[in-house]
Every structure is written in structure tokens, then in C-alpha cells.
Write a protein that binds this ligand. Structure first.
Ligand code: MOS
Length: 761
């Protein structure tokens, strides 16, 4: 075993036992419709009376107040049980605190006053016997507003944006190393560029939904949550009750992407109404409501100044970003994060300015900060390479660094250069047209582009409990969630491998605050954080089992050497002597043997920087007649330390790459700035890539061992794929056309006017 490989796990490898990837352990449940999602717990886990159904009435103004709500018709409509408004909603805690340890556990009162804070802010909640009755009655409510003029156009309010001194989580909004202004002025080769990226919405397949059930003082909410422990805290704070009386359950989640890190109106309104009616209440957001009642990724405006020597060595980097946050919130999309850590430069300044606008809240979406920020940085690097007359891969290799240039901490491992070289070879980068706009295929212009991928690695707190039964089945319990990433599967693998049980003998139970707390799914820290806790619990279990066997006169291992005990094939053994784990567990206790494990964020390596790396290569065709851009093929090469499951890992990286492509070419929310709403708030008008939009995508993962980062040597992967992939596509568009587009997505209407006239095809 290599140095630092934790006992119980095989060496990191692509073709080891985790390498080829096992199928999802929940795959059959999901495809047969037996995995309950948020709106489907009736009959699965909830067996009480038929729940009443709620319908949220969202505000149709951006800012102002509710003057009156006439519910004369609605409240007498068939089946209606309750019309909840600010006039009759129970008292709740005030919103906040603004700066909290955990912003996903803040109090978020609903219908607590007459203020409308954004379009979609709930102004009423109608509960009836059926969904149709609730919806019909909701339509019959007559709401009168006093509307103020919204400020909803980020582009027009850039100069009122401010640096927020206090924000939750994440890094500081400012960083400053050296004197980037002076170094920029002195640099012989410079680029000074502005980019913008669009608003985005998570558009998960599964809508946000809740079923709230009270049992005396105890409240259970079945819902769709990335972080059940945070939401337990948030719901308890809002309803001013003890956390121990709130249980949040979220077993299966049809997509999170950060849009289920916060909790929203459905949890609170269902709970309030169920309490008032003394009857369970369920509610789901409609697809259209998901765009305004939840959160989104902010539009960004970015200013980048890069200065380099003639040989390409960066001397100065300045990355300034303007982002939106809700009037009442303080979330900052940390756009310039990649500029802080990706390339060596003695002078680096980053700055984020936030405009508080009358729009729904911006919050995390897959690779918050890094996703839009890498579009800016990696396009600017391409422009700098051209100014230098340098190959874009060579420019990145020139500025590779093993030390984080802003924190000055060494990286635990950093395989960016390997990813760049392997990707270039695999893609055939040497065939890149050196002069832009020179390769044609009929009416298509063909081009190649590339970009680096970079995403910081995080460890959070988590705990887990494992119980081995007399039947030889290991049950793992923790309040983790699986947002579709494959968490059930990789935790099953970790538990199986570290106890020597076959995966069929492991049952992972999650998504329930009744289990030991974890930080949940977010920030790509899920697998490593919860995986470390499960691994530790299994270690503790092995120790208990080994001690019990050695000390038990009935065990064939009685008196054996503790250091020579092995766990394999569902057995505990020492040399030729051994027994089934279930038999041993059954003798120790008829209820099985339980052990706990936990990991803390304080265990992250001190004085070190940690990140995952990669490189993207893209070939596009640009249609000279229509202006449409087609991604023909992409290659992504990544290093993420230990591979837990090559299949689920590939899916994560592939999905991220496609989202990057989408950000570059397809996806964006259009704000109606007069009314502060997203005009394209449905899936007919909010475009995401479909199969026909995606060419051939190859994902390669390099073997890498990084035992320092956490007990299982695993680094985050879920958000890495989106970082830089959009820039690779944009840079390919330039290489194809000779046109620099700096406003994303590059839709045909933006690109077409810049394309050369088609003389012949
Ligand atoms: Mo992620 S944006 O932390 O779910």
C-alpha cells in the first residue's frame, strides 16, 4: 500500500475496485418509481390522513406593499379550508440574522407583513382539499398593491454597487497581493477587458415541495433539501420552536445544483397551514414559481486586466466583478475566486461589488463564483496569449504554480500541467488552426479553444453511525443527502470496502435529521466530508469487532494477534482462522454492533491550499448563415485525487462540462427590468442544452493521490467540470471566426452581425 493510503481503502486507482464504477445502488428504485421524492411520501413513509393541498400566491410586483386582499370569493370556493395572508399569519421570527454561521439556517418568516420584497414573494397561501381547488381559489384572490418603482437592472446600477464588508460563508470579497495597478502599468504586454455573464436558474427536474405533519409539538417536513440539518435549524428558528421538535426528511432529490441549499416558502407555509388546520398540508412549487420563489445565479459584469512579460510570465492580475444580490440579503457571488489561485503572479487584486436590487435572491449555483469567474479569466487568458503570440496551453503552463499566489500556501497536490498536457494530446490540439477564421467546412467555420479548470476543495463537519446486524448487514445512518450525484452509491462503496463486506450487504440510510448530522450536499464537499465520517465509523466498528473476537472464547479468533486481523469477503480472519461478521456481531449483541465516526473541518491540512484541477478542449462549428454555434466535441481531463466511482464521477464532470457549454452559448434569464421578473420563467423559454446541442464529450481522470486533504484522500469533483468549460467553447468560437464575443451566452443574434458575409457555401 502506498504511503498515506488509509487502512481499509485500496490505493487510488482508476481500475481498482472503485475504478470501473458500480451501478447506482438506488438506480432500480429510481427507474421503477419507488424512490419517493418530495411530493411522493404519501404511502411511502407518511400513512396518515389525506393531506390538504396548498397553493402559493406569489406577488406580481417587484417592490411595494399589499394594500388589500379580497378573499370573499376564494374563501367560499369549493374545498377551500384556509386563505393565509399577512393579515392572519401567525407571528414568526424576523428574517435573519443577515450574518450567520450558516445562512441556510436563518429564520425566513412568510406572510409576516405587508411588504413585497421581490416579484414572487408569497402574499397568500390557499389550502383546499385538492390541488385544483386550491389553485382555482388562488386565482380568485384579488390582491391590491401599492407598487414602488423597482431597481432591477444590474447594468444600470453598477455605480451604486458596493463592497459588502460582511457576508456569509465563502471568502472575503476583496484580496490584494502586491501592487497590481503599478505592475499593470509597467507590464510590456497587457489586456484590459470586460465580460458579462447572464442570470441563471437551477431548473432542477424536481420542483421544491413539502409535506408538513404535526404530531403535538413535533413537526415533520418531507421536502427536497440539500441540507436537512441546516433546514431543521432554519425552520425551528422561524417558527420559534426547539430544533429537537423539527424533523426534516429528504431521501431522494431530483437535482439540487445549489438551489436547494436554502429552504423556501414551501417548508414554512406548509408548516404554518398544517398547524392552523390541525391537518397535514402539502405543497409543490409550479415550474414557473420555481424561477421567482427560489434563488438564482446572478448576472455578472467583470473587468479583467492582465499584464505579462514578453515571455508570458504574468506580472499583474486585476479582476473586478459586479453582481446582484436581493435588497434584503448579502450573498456575494465570488466571481474572482479563480484569479486568486490559478496562476502565478506577484501582483493580484480582486474585488466584488454588490448591487442590492429588487429581484429575487441570488445564491449559490453550481461552482458559485468560479463558474462565471472562469468564463472571464479563461477568456482573458486566451486574449493575452494571442497578444503575446503564444499558444494558450503554453501560456498556462508558463504560469503554473505549486503555491497559491494569494494565500502563499503550497497546494497539497496540483496536477494542472498534467491535465493540460494530457488533454492537448488527447484532443489533437496541435491541429488547431493558428490563424482564426481560416478553416471552413461548407457554411461552417471551425475552431479550437481551451481553458483550465480549477475549484477549491473544502471539508466540512459530518458524523455517521454504522450498525452491523446478526444477519451480516451493515446499516449506515447519517443526515446526508443525495442530490443525484451518487452519494448513496459512493458511501455504500466506502462502507463496504472499509469493512470488507460486499456492497449488497450495506444499506445506507440518509436524508433525515433523525440521523447523525452532516453538512449535507454542497460546495463539492459532500463525498469527502460524509465519506470521511462513514469511513471513520467503519474503522471504529472494525476495532470493536476485532477486540470482541480476540477476547471471545467462542470465536475462532480468540487470542489472535490484533495487528494481523483482516476484514474481507464478509469475514473477519487471522491466518486460516475466521468467521462470518454477522455471526460475531450476533454473539456480541442481538441488536447488532454500533459504532460512530466523525470528521471536522478543523482537520483540513493547516497552512496548505487545496483544489481540484482540469483542462478543457473544445471544437466548435459556427454557422456563417445563421450565427449558431455547435459544439462538435470536447475533451476534459481532470485530477480530483481518489476516484470513488468512475461512473458517477464521469457523470458529474460530464454534466458540469455541458453546463459550462450552456453558459457560453445557450442559457440565461432575461429580466423584465420594469417589473423585476424573469421573463423566460418556464422550460419552453429558459433554454438548457438537450442531447442535440451536445457533441461528443470525452472525460478523462488522471490517477492522483492526495492523502493530506481528508481521511479518505478524496477531493471535490461535482463543480469542477463547469469551471472553464464555457471559456474553452468561447475561445473556440474566436478561433473559428476571429470575432471576440464578451457577453455570454453567445446567442446567434449577438454573433451574426459580426460574421463575414457568406460569398459561397
Ligand atoms: Mo452547490 S452550488 O454548493 O449545491
Amino acid at each position: 500500500m502506498a504511503d498515506g493510503t488509509p487502512k481499509g481503502l485500496r490505493e487510488p486507482s482508476l481500475d481498482g475496485p472503485f475504478g470501473p464504477g458500480i451501478d447506482r445502488v438506488d438506480g432500480r428504485l429510481k427507474v421503477t418509481g419507488h424512490a419517493p421524492y418530495a411530493y411522493e411520501y404519501q404511502g411511502a413513509e407518511y400513512h396518515g390522513p389525506e393531506p390538504l393541498v396548498g397553493y402559493i400566491v406569489p406577488a406580481t410586483i417587484a417592490t411595494g406593499r399589499v394594500v388589500s386582499i379580497d378573499d370573499a370569493v376564494a374563501s367560499r370556493a369549493p374545498g377551500v379550508r384556509l386563505v393565509l395572508t399577512h393579515a392572519n399569519a401567525p407571528p414568526q421570527a424576523p428574517w435573519g440574522p443577515l450574518v450567520a454561521q450558516d445562512r441556510f439556517a436563518r429564520a425566513q418568516p412568510m406572510l409576516s407583513d405587508d411588504r413585497v420584497r421581490h416579484y414572487g414573494d408569497p402574499v397568500a397561501f390557499v389550502v383546499a382539499d385538492t390541488f385544483e381547488q386550491a389553485r382555482a381559489a388562488a386565482m380568485a384572490l384579488v390582491v391590491h398593491y401599492e407598487s414602488d418603482t423597482p431597481q432591477a437592472d444590474l447594468r444600470r446600477h453598477l455605480d451604486q454597487a458596493k463592497v459588502l464588508s460582511k457576508m456569509d460563508g465563502g471568502e472575503s470579497p476583496v484580496s490584494d497581493v502586491g501592487d497590481s495597478a503599478k505592475a499593470f502599468a509597467a507590464a510590456p504586454v497587457r489586456v484590459d477587458l470586460r465580460y458579462d455573464t447572464d442570470y441563471q436558474n437551477h431548473a432542477q427536474m424536481e420542483p421544491h415541495a413539502s409535506l408538513a405533519v404535526w404530531n403535538g409539538p413535533k413537526l415533520t417536513i418531507w421536502c427536497s433539501s440539500q441540507m436537512v440539518d441546516s433546514h431543521q435549524g432554519g425552520v425551528a428558528a422561524t417558527l420559534q420552536m426547539s430544533k429537537t421538535n423539527v424533523r426534516i426528511v429528504s431521501r431522494y432529490i431530483g437535482g439540487g445544483f445549489g438551489g436547494k441549499l436554502p429552504y423556501y416558502a414551501d417548508q414554512i407555509l406548509a408548516a404554518l397551514a398544517a398547524k392552523r388546520l390541525d391537518h397535514p398540508v402539502k405543497v409543490a412549487l409550479t415550474r414557473q414559481q420555481m424561477f421567482h420563489v427560489t434563488s438564482h445565479r446572478t448576472q455578472t459584469f467583470q473587468h479583467l486586466q492582465l499584464g505579462a512579460d514578453h515571455d508570458g510570465a504574468l506580472q499583474s492580475m486585476n479582476h473586478e466583478a459586479w453582481v446582484q444580490t436581493a435588497r434584503y440579503d448579502n450573498f456575494v457571488e465570488n466571481v474572482a475566486q479563480p484569479t486568486r489561485g490559478l496562476y502565478a503572479s506577484p501582483n493580484i487584486t480582486t474585488l466584488h461589488k454588490v448591487a442590492k436590487l429588487d429581484l429575487p435572491r441570488s445564491d449559490s449555483m453550481r461552482a458559485p463564483g468560479d463558474a462565471p469567474g472562469s468564463l472571464g479569466l479563461e477568456c482573458a487568458m486566451d486574449e493575452l496569449a494571442e497578444r503575446l503570440g503564444m499558444d494558450p496551453v503554453a501560456l498556462r503552463l508558463k504560469n503554473d504554480t505549486m503555491v497559491h499566489p494569494t494565500s502563499h500556501q503550497p497546494y497539497t497536490t496540483r496536477k494542472l500541467a498534467d491535465c493540460l498536457k494530457a488533454g492537448a494530446a488527447q484532443f489533437g490540439w496541435e491541429r488547431r488552426p493558428t490563424r482564426p477564421g481560416t478553416v471552413r467546412d461548407g457554411e461552417w467555420l471551425i475552431g479550437y479553444g481551451m481553458a483550465s479548470a480549477y475549484r477549491g476543495n473544502m471539508l466540512r463537519d459530518a458524523s455517521a453511525e454504522v450498525t452491523l446486524g446478526a444477519d451480516g448487514v451493515l446499516v449506515v445512518r447519517l443526515a446526508m443527502t443525495d442530490i443525484g450525484t451518487g452519494t448513496y452509491t459512493v458511501l455504500t462503496q466506502i462502507a463496504a470496502e472499509s469493512t470488507g463486506l460486499p456492497v449488497e450487504k450495506v444499506r445506507v440510510l440518509m436524508g433525515d435529521t433523525a440521523f447523525p448530522p452532516t453538512a449535507g450536499s454542497g460546495g463539492s464537499f459532500g463525498a469527502e466530508t460524509s465519506g470521511s465520517a462513514v469511513f471513520r465509523a467503519c474503522e471504529a466498528l472494525r476495532d470493536r469487532l476485532a477486540e470482541a473476537a480476540v477476547g471471545d472464547a467462542r470465536s475462532p479468533l480468540h487470542g489472535a494477534d490484533m495487528t494481523r486481523i483482516a476484514f474481507e469477503g464478509g469475514r473477519i480472519s487471522s491466518g486460516d482462522a475466521g468467521e462470518e461478521l454477522g455471526a460475531l456481531a450476533g454473539r456480541i449483541s442481538p441488536d447488532g454492533v454500533t459504532a460512530q465516526g466523525k470528521v471536522s473541518k478543523a482537520e483540513k491540512p493547516q497552512g496548505k491550499a487545496e483544489a481540484s484541477f482540469g483542462a478543457h478542449f473544445a471544437e466548435v462549428g459556427v454557422n456563417m448563415v445563421t450565427g449558431e454555434v455547435r459544439m462538435r466535441r470536447m475533451v476534459g481531463v481532470f485530477s480530483v485525487a481518489r476516484v470513488l466511482n468512475a461512473k458517477t464521477l464521469r457523470s458529474q464532470l460530464l454534466g458540469g462540462m455541458i453546463w459550462g457549454l450552456s453558459s457560453a452559448l445557450i442559457e440565461g434569464n432575461e429580466v423584465d427590468v420594469r417589473q423585476g421578473f424573469f421573463a423566460n420563467h418556464d422550460l419552453a423559454n429558459y433554454h438548457v442544452p438537450i442531447q442535440a446541442d451536445v457533441g461528443e464529450v470525452e472525460v478523462t481522470v488522471l490517477a492522483e493521490s492526495d492523502p493530506a486533504v481528508n481521511p479518505i484522500g478524496v477531493k471535490g469533483a461535482g463543480e469542477l467540470g463547469i469551471c472553464g468549460s464555457g471559456a474553452a467553447v468561447v475561445n473556440a468560437v474566436y478561433n473559428a471566426t476571429g470575432v471576440r464575443m464578451r457577453s455570454f451566452p453567445i446567442t446567434p443574434d449577438k454573433l451574426l452581425p459580426h460574421l463575414p458575409p457568406v460569398l459561397s457555401v
